[in-house]
Design a protein around this ligand. Structure first.
Ligand code: F6P
Length: 547
């Protein structure tokens, strides 16, 4: 039976029909005497506070959402996730990113083998590499110590480390070891070309990050890097492979084939999804940036969120509430756009990271049983640093025709140097904007005295729901909590929608088609025929490329 036919779903539809005409302003007005809406609808866990009071919900909404979650056996699914059941059915394997952050003395058996031992052996290997590089003992072909790291990867092998290195840029790296870090992902060569012009071959180390080690984007950038080193050094490839490359992958065989020596390889497992992999060896750039201690603090923060997700009751569970309110907005209030708005420049890559996490996980329309789904799933998600977005797309949020749900994300505290008044003021300014925007989006201008007589083009209708995620401060631990919160939110929604969030078949065919199209572009005989648009564009490109 489809979830839409259950009594729990129908009860929510009836409730939504009543709530459709209730403005967020009314919900706050109803509360005006005792002002308890915030107290009743916000939840905290350790260093995170989530304010759901600007969502278009009442206590009744939450009761009905709990009934839906129970109906979909959310608790059983949570247990299956953490126990390592093969819940990634289309690939017949578990999804065990949570195991990557379990403490060393814990235990999780897969086929009678304790994988937590493997996880920590891997962390130890990673730590020894980090230590060698930080100590200046990893030397390039000329004997000079490495001082520059370039991570080559794409998707999950890029976005997590990229986001974390920026987000944790305040975290103290181990003494005296300020490595220069760069990230290269784009297959067209523009990023690497720019970078190679500026880098010094003798002191640059490339990390090739790819779960599959077959991704053409990554391998073409890696080959370009090796060619650059060869031209600059004139030394043997074998020496360059040994001194200038680290490989991170679930396929040792593929790393061997490319030429990465065994002791420069870091492995992880097929039960770690690409977009869930920054907790694995893929996180090496993070550990190089903030040190192994910082990396472990990030894992601990994520583990604390795992435990909270696993054990907290529905009424107190942050990821469950975040996920279920998303379901309410998408499936019952028909809101299909979701803006991610961090009010902290260090979180500038969070929107791109969540785009992959949410849309590659839940951008699906076939159920676990292989049937077409007749209801909405993942919304269109995008975002930008909030203050910058205010000068770009907030116009649409305030006065456009679309309903949009927003996540505002901000740290309460920033800057250790309390004597630096300028920076402190800038932080308060950013928080003031964060609060002002979520308030105006919720209440509209009628909440602001005198504005309700303004001409229509100056009016703000409000009623755009949002959640504010407030971190005590942004540090490795709270950052780990934040990312695990979103991972589990995505899982909660997948359970309700009855989809597998851990595969991504929708990205495969495009890659194959690109291989077919490369032949005519490289003037090789091609036996494929294309549609007239593709043929026309191919010919136009080839004509324009003629000298
Ligand atoms: O094409 C999509 C994808 O498979 C993502 O899921 C993944 O994060 C990315 O490509 C990179 O894959 P890999 O780590 O195997 O190079």
């Amino acid at each position: 039976m489809s979830v839409t036919e259950t009594a729990a779903w129908k009860a929510l539809e009836d409730h939504a029909a009543m709530m459709q005409n209730t403005h967020l302003r009314d919900l706050f007005l109803a509360d005006s005497s005792d002002k308890k809406r915030f107290d009743e609808l916000s939840l905290s866990h350790e260093h995170l506070l989530l304010d759901f009071s600007k969502q278009r919900i009442t206590q009744n909404t939450l009761t009905l959402l709990k009934a839906l979650a129970d109906n979909c056996q959310l608790n059983d699914w949570k247990a299956r996730l953490f126990n390592g059941d093969h819940i990634n059915t289309s690939e017949d394997r578990p999804a065990l990113h949570t195991a990557l952050r379990q403490p060393e003395d814990s235990h999780l058996a897969l086929a009678n083998h304790n994988i937590i031992g493997d996880v920590h052996a891997n962390l130890a290997h990673m730590a020894s590499m980090v230590e060698r590089i930080h100590a200046g003992q990893w030397r390039g072909y000329s004997g000079l110590p490495i001082d520059t790291i370039v991570n080559i990867g794409v998707g999950g092998s890029d976005l997590g480390p990229l986001m974390a290195c920026k987000a944790l840029s305040d975290a103290q790296p181990p003494e005296g070891h300020q490595l220069k870090m760069h990230f290269v992902s784009s297959m067209d060569g523009s990023q690497i070309a720019d970078l190679l012009d500026r880098l010094v071959p003798t002191t640059t180390l490339f990390i090739i990050s790819s779960k599959s080690f077959t991704t053409i984007d990554t391998l073409s950038n890696a080959n370009t890097a090796r060619q650059w080193l060869k031209s600059a050094s004139g030394v043997k490839t074998e020496l360059l492979n040994r001194r200038h490359f680290i490989g991170i992958s679930a396929s040792a065989e593929k790393m061997n084939q490319w030429g990465i020596p065994e002791n420069s390889q870091l492995n992880f497992w097929d039960w770690t999804g690409g977009r869930y992999s920054m907790w694995s060896a893929i996180g090496l750039p993070i550990a190089l940036r903030i040190g192994m201690q910082g990396f472990k603090a990030m894992l601990s923060g994520a583990h604390a969120m795992d435990e909270h997700f696993k054990t907290a009751p529905f009424e107190e569970n942050l990821p469950v509430r975040l996920g279920m309110i998303g379901i309410w907005n998408i499936n019952f209030l028909n809101i299909h756009a979701h803006a991610i708005l961090p009010y902290d420049g260090r979180l500038s890559h969070l929107p791109a990271y969540l785009e992959q996490l949410e849309m590659e996980s839940n951008g699906k329309s076939v159920s676990r049983q292989g049937e077409a789904i007749g209801y909405s799933t993942c919304p269109i998600l995008w975002g930008e640093i909030g203050p910058n977005a205010q000068h770009a797309f907030y116009q649409l949020l305030h006065q456009g025709s679309e309903s949009v749900m927003c996540d505002f994300i901000a740290p309460a505290r920033r800057y250790d140097d309390f004597n630096n008044k300028g920076l402190q003021q800038q932080h308060q300014l950013s928080l003031a904007n964060c609060l002002a925007q979520s308030r105006l989006l919720a209440l509209g201008d009628a909440a602001i005295a005198g504005n309700d007589t303004a001409p229509i083009h100056k009016r703000y209708r409000g009623n755009q729901p949002s959640t504010t995620v407030l971190l005590d401060e942004l540090n490795p631990y709270s950052f780990g909590q934040l990312i695990a919160l979103y991972e589990h939110k995505v899982f909660v929604q997948s359970v309700i929608w009855d989809i597998n969030p851990f595969d991504q078949w929708g990205v495969e065919l495009g890659k194959k088609m690109a291989t077919d199209l490369l032949k005519p572009l490289e003037n090789e005989p091609s036996y494929s025929s294309f549609d007239s648009s593709t043929e026309g564009l191919l010919n136009a490109i080839l004509n324009k490329q003629e000298p």
